[in-house]
Design a binder for this molecule. Structure first.
Ligand code: SF4
Length: 464
């Protein structure tokens, strides 16, 4: 076996873990190949956060299997771990549920010491005899049961030396959630809340900077719980409330790091200390992604979110006092069971009041095995047509707010990380794309370069 490909679905955490998989395979001597080059091994790193994500993951697996009948296909990520047997109808070579075992399998596969696992945690491949015929070295043995805390430990795959294919490198520092928002399946998939030690994070961030990455994006499943043993705020150790702020402070101090971005947080994760740290470092982006989910107090309560609308608005006010024109982006779910027109209007009002610089709109759909499934039975669902209408209204508002925010940023001197050339375009610290091609001296920039410009009307892109 000489070549491999990794296909990724889902969030930044999954993209980070795909890089870890890639690294294991490269370090074992395999060469990354494009799908058209018929790789010997294909890893599909799946997502199942919504039904649509699950179905896209299954489609990808089927497509890969059909296009590459002679390759070994490993299915990993969230899909095989979910409470529903959503891989049940797939005919794959190997389905791997836990990351520690995944790294063992990948190493053995690369060294041609193939083995397939056969215990409760791992499905037996249906075409085992075919694989055995093609791989005479294949051995078939049972995996040992791993202690629960090892299953999703942030340390179970290697730290990255680079993030191939991207100028912005994601760095996972936290994993797991036990907050049980009623619509979310993640606490049943990434069950163990764990943190990467500060020393390890700094080593990994140093690796990424040396590899030439200009921006590091800190990620986690519940990033604000960094330093805590649980994502349930009420159970937090008060002595560790500023763990994330301390980590951010140390990373921002690393020599050569042009930009540090903090990914998704809840409003109450934004402590005074975190804002102080962000303000003290020029290389930390004045951007916070705060998931609102709904602007209605009643809906937030049904979602079991750990903050109130008042908390949200108070934190936004604080952020605006500290930073000049900060970018505040968000996620909003439309059509949660029992959401009335009045609830939706409250969401619209909050969105306008905050002036989000980007809204990711999600149309609610029931995820089996979540509390929202029961809430839907009790309160009824919002009709698909109405969900569609509300999504459209929110998306239109998003377009207006984005344009307004970008206009408000003209005159600012911004650092742009070039992501596209011809014409040269890149993301600014406030997270929107800017065209830097209008200025002749900018024409020779390369992907991954960092340039400072004063944002003018002509640098703003028409679309969003
Ligand atoms: S905080 Fe809520 S939405 Fe986020 S992963 Fe945990 S349960 Fe899901």
């Amino acid at each position: 076996m000489k070549t491999f490909a990794v296909q990724t679905l889902g969030c930044k955490v999954n993209q980070y873990e795909s890089q870890q998989i890639r690294q294991i395979l490269e370090q074992s001597g395999l060469i990354a190949a494009e799908p058209a080059q018929r790789p010997d091994l294909i890893v599909v790193n799946t997502c199942c956060v919504t039904h649509i994500a699950s179905s896209k993951s299954r489609q990808s697996i089927r497509k890969v299997r059909k296009a590459h009948p002679d390759s070994i296909v490993i299915v990993t990520g969230c899909l095989p771990v979910g409470p529903d047997d959503e891989t049940g109808t797939l005919d794959n070579d190997i389905i791997v549920k836990d990351k520690r075992t995944l790294s063992l399998i990948l190493e053995r596969l690369s060294k041609k010491q193939l083995f397939l696992l056969n215990n409760a945690n791992h499905s037996k491949p249906r075409n085992l005899s075919k694989i055995k015929d093609k791989n005479p070295n294949l051995t078939h043995l049972s995996a040992q049961k791993h202690p629960k805390e090892l299953l999703t430990s942030a340390d179970s795959l290697p730290i990255l030396t680079r993030f191939t294919g991207q100028s912005r490198a994601f760095l996972k520092v936290q994993d797991g959630c036990d907050a049980y928002c009623t619509y979310c399946i993640i606490p049943k998939i990434r069950t163990v809340v764990c943190n990467k030690p500060v020393k390890t994070v700094l080593k990994e961030a140093g690796n990424l900077i040396r590899a030439g990455h200009k921006e590091i994006v800190l990620t986690g499943i519940f990033l604000g719980a960094y330093g805590q043993k649980t994502a349930r705020r009420k159970k937090w150790d008060s002595a560790k409330l500023d763990s994330l702020a301390g980590l951010v402070d140390k990373i921002a101090d690393l020599e050569g790091l042009k930009r540090l971005r903090i990914s998704s947080l809840e409003p109450l994760d934004v402590t005074n200390r975190l804002l102080e740290v962000m303000a003290a470092h020029d290389n930390i982006a004045p951007h916070l992604h705060l998931s609102l989910q709904s602007g209605s107090a009643a809906v937030l309560k049904k979602m079991a979110r750990q903050y109130t609308i008042e908390d949200f608005l108070r934190v936004v006010e604080k952020i605006k006092r500290v930073f000049d024109r900060p970018a505040i982006t968000t996620d909003i779910i439309v059509g949660f069971p029992g959401e009335t027109e009045g609830d939706f209007q409250q969401t619209i009002n909050v969105a306008k009041e905050v002036g989000f610089s980007k809204i990711h709109t999600f149309s609610f759909s029931i995820r089996k095995n979540t509390a929202a499934e029961k809430i839907a039975k009790l309160l009824g669902t919002v009709s698909p047509q109405e969900i569609k209408r509300r999504s459209t209204v929110l998306q239109q508002l998003d377009t207006e707010l984005q344009q307004h925010f970008r206009q408000s940023c003209t005159g600012l001197t911004e650092t742009i990380l070039i992501e596209k050339i011809n014409p040269p375009r890149g993301r600014c610290s406030r997270y929107f794309m800017v065209d830097v091609g209008g200025q002749p001296k900018r024409r020779c920039v390369k992907k991954g370069d960092v340039v400072d410009i004063t944002i003018l009307e002509k640098n703003l892109l028409a679309g969003i």
